[in-house]
Design a protein around this ligand. Sequence first.
Ligand code: GLY
Length: 280
Amino acid sequence: MRALVRGLAGSFASAICSGPLAEPISLELAQWQHQAYIALLRKLLPGGVVELPADDRHPDCCFIEDTAVVAGHTAIITRIGAPSRQGEEAPVAAALAELGYAVTRMTPPATLDGGDVLQLPGSTHVPVGMSKRTNAEGISQLAKALPGRAVHAVPLPHGLHLKSLVTALDAHTLLIADTPAGRALSAILASNPLLNGAIKGPRPSPRLQHVFVPDPICANVLLLGDRHVVTQGSDAATEALLDVLCAERGLQLHRLPRATEFIKADGALTCCSILLPDGA
Ligand code: GLY
């Protein structure tokens, strides 16, 4: 596996933020946090990291996950839901084509952010958040373009992206923010029999286990293959929970310093990379 990342724009302090900030974004601290993230990926990924240059015209360009959905040999270039972010996808499309992916592009009126697309390990079923950024046409175009996958639209009235609230720890376990929005999402996911009954894995799994994470930020972990999980610093209860869950599953947990400046811009760990599994 390798990862595609993008440099941090000099304009990152102007990134989109959903709420008022008690403290403005510190570019210097953000640069340090971003470098720590990339250094860890370089250490953990045998295929290395491809880093695209930042574009100061796009303060949010480090959130590269939103620009493309990669599955097998296919890369679907999205139309990002925030108009100010449209254009971030062009160099990503060029890089994925250069790396040998079959690149297809979404067309208007579709909008979709990659942060709404939850690819579950070992499953052909893909929940996609119907969020403020991702519309029904975006989900429809994704469903047509994703080879051999069944796409499920999941209503997401709260939160920025689906993966702001939920990520997979393994083929059997979802980490979900322990907030009213996370609890509501859990009920929606649990009520979908296709999402619950279709998980393939080494152990029989009639349904996905939902684990509620006290620190909502840490419901977003970066799963690298079937061995490494990346999280960030949190409260003691959340850190202990993730330690136990990973130990039980034979996963190595790597804890980055808390990404305070990215959290201010509604960013999470998965937002800053596109993972490229081997064999594509
Ligand atoms: N700041 C990330 C986003 O709004 O897309």
